[in-house]
Design a protein around this ligand. Structure first.
Ligand SMILES: C[S@@+](CC[C@H](N)C(=O)[O-])C[C@H]1O[C@@H](n2cnc3c(N)ncnc32)[C@H](O)[C@@H]1O
Length: 259
């Protein structure tokens, strides 16, 4: 039986309201993430997992860049859209969709992926325990030194920001009233606290762009971070320290996106 959250997503794909379910163009963060991944992996020989892949707009983008893409999402309605959109791609390896939950054991072998992306989906894992499970599985399915790119809503976002409430453990929660979904927003330091170790920061970028929601103009503020998996290496205090230092530097170094 689908959970309440899963039913919300099924309905959302039946009658798309959110930008991510309506738009065919890839997320604003995709070119930045592709550039960051290319610095470390050769797409033509790399496997990429798209976590919470939705209709496949980003899966298509990374497949066009040469990656072998596997998407996972729990919405059957997203699977139909995904398969329809990737059927039109003229690439050697078409993205594949796996129907499944991202907060359970991931249905992939250990060290199967060179990279993973999770675009505006981590928001659905609202408590630390779910994120901890997710992190453990992510570190398992990624190769050592594999990359994880996460793109997420921040509390600075003009649309969601004013509605943010603090949850029982200090997490920042917002209810998307349009679809009745409870989501979590993050800042960069919180992502590092949740994912390091075994992940450490490779690079990050802030994205600001204009968006019209319900006829009103908002400046949206999201952030992309690329983290590296060091699972398998001996844990030491050093990577965490480095991450925290970078986190401070990063705060002082904001860039606006050009779209
Ligand atoms: C905002 S959409 C983003 C979709 C896609 N990443 C994009 O940028 O177009 C969030 C996606 O996460 C999926 N999702 C949310 N919670 C999930 C879970 N626990 N397991 C699997 N998929 C989940 C939803 O079905 C939805 O497709």
């Amino acid at each position: 039986m689908p959970s309440a959250v899963q039913s919300i997503w099924e309905q959302e794909y039946a009658k798309p309201g959110l930008p991510s379910s309506q738009r065919a163009k890839p997320s604003n963060a995709s070119p930045f993430v592709l550039h960051a991944l290319r610095a470390r992996v050769v797409p033509a020989s790399a496997r990429l997992l798209d976590i919470g892949c939705g209709s496949g707009r980003n899966a298509a983008y990374f497949a066009n860049a040469g990656f072998e893409v596997h998407g996972i999402d729990f919405a059957a309605a997203a699977k139909r859209k995904f398969e329809d959109s990737v059927s039109r791609l003229t690439v050697e390896r078409r993205p594949r969709f796996v129907l499944g939950r991202i907060d359970r054991i991931l249905p992939f072998d250990t060290a199967y992926f060179d990279a993973a992306i999770c675009f505006t989906t981590l928001e659905n894992l609202t408590d630390d325990a779910h994120i901890e499970n997710f992190k453990r599985e992510l570190a398992r399915v990624l190769k050592p030194d594999g990359l994880f790119a996460v793109y997420f809503l921040t509390p600075d976002d003009e649309f969601y920001g004013p509605r943010v409430k603090t949850g029982p453990n200090g997490e920042k929660i917002v209810v998307a009233e349009d679809i009745g979904l409870t989501q979590r927003v993050f800042d960069g330091c919180e992502i590092l606290r949740l994912f390091a170790p075994p992940f450490s920061l490779d690079c990050s970028r802030d994205f600001s762009f204009e968006d019209i929601r319900f006829g009103v103009r908002y400046i949206r503020h999201l952030k992309a971070m690329v983290l590296m998996n060091s699972a398998g290496e001996r844990a030491s205090a050093e990577p965490v320290h480095r991450t925290v230092t970078l986190c401070r530097r990063n705060r002082e170094n904001r860039h606006d996106a050009d779209n």
